[in-house]
Ligand binder design. Structure first.
Ligand code: ADP
Length: 250
């Protein structure tokens, strides 16, 4: 069960971001408890990706606070590598090294950045490859795998760093339709195991099934935060109603 009385693992307050004169995020406030699963949805260009990219400073914010497990994340901070270790990220594109085997893709980070021995990193990598149901592909190269398999490898690679929180930025958007379910299943399993997760996704079935809360964004703002049941059955705002009718087709 979710312990909402525990200290939040992630706290975002009054976050603002501009690209030049363009206000991409305005006054974003979001607190995520350990073990909580949050789905962020909203129209294209509403700032979903920017929010999660600010969490590990792939984008710098200009105003507000982001605190990951008690550590404030600031642009140019010295300890950003520590934060990035704690925050696993899975992108739409898999970003695997094409010239390295699957196993080598997975052991690189733990050996280089966590100081694990090759043997320990390999054991850890095989464990996570089994968890994403793909251990038999360990010696292949990324180009020999389907998109869905590569995305599961990307998830395993992030897990090999033993993150405290996982961020997913539209992880199934670039996949052929028949590959989507396998990736969502792995994400749901991860959720069931208690991983703290923030997922930007258009997969509303996943949101319904897995999310503790759904965050709806529009035009750089959080418009609504609700439990899935409420969000899907009785959205509070007209903007959310419109979005849902477009995406769900009714
Ligand atoms: P979403 O993930 O909801 O589709 P994004 O977070 O990618 O939205 O983008 C939010 C807004 O910021 C969009 O209007 C987008 O065009 C703009 N934007 C994103 N990245 C940049 C950038 N590097 N430079 C300028 N504008 C950007």
């Amino acid at each position: 069960m979710l312990d909402t009385t525990a200290n939040p693992l992630l706290e975002i307050s009054q976050l603002c971001k501009w690209y030049g004169n363009f206000s991409a995020l305005h006054d974003i406030n979001l607190s995520v408890a350990p073990g909580e699963k949050v789905v962020i949805c909203g129209p294209s260009g509403s700032g979903k990706s920017t929010v999660i990219r600010c969490i590990n400073q792939l984008e710098a914010h200009q105003h507000g606070k982001i605190i990951v497990d008690g550590v404030e994340v600031t642009p140019g901070m010295k300890r950003i590598e520590q934060v990035r270790r704690d925050v696993g990220m899975v992108f739409q594109s898999f970003n695997l090294f094409p010239h390295m085997s699957i196993l080598d893709n997975l052991t690189l980070g733990p050996v280089r950045n966590l100081g694990l021995s090759r043997k320990a990193a390999k054991e850890r990598a095989m464990g996570y490859l089994e968890r994403v149901h793909i251990a038999e592909q360990a010696d292949k190269y990324p180009g020999q795998l389907s998109g869905g398999q590569q995305q599961r490898v990307a998830i395993a690679r992030a897990l090999c760093m033993k993150p405290k929180i996982m961020l997913f930025d539209e992880p199934t958007s670039a996949l052929d339709p028949e590959m989507v379910a396998g990736v969502l299943d792995v994400m749901a399993e991860l959720a069931n195991e208690g991983m703290t997760m923030i997922c930007v996704t258009h997969e509303m079935g996943f949101a319904r099934k897995v999310a503790d809360r759904v965050v709806f964004m529009d035009a750089g703002e959080i418009v609504e935060i609700s439990e899935p049941e409420e969000f899907f059955n009785a959205p509070k705002t007209e903007r959310a109603q419109k979005f849902l009718s477009q995406i769900l087709g009714h």
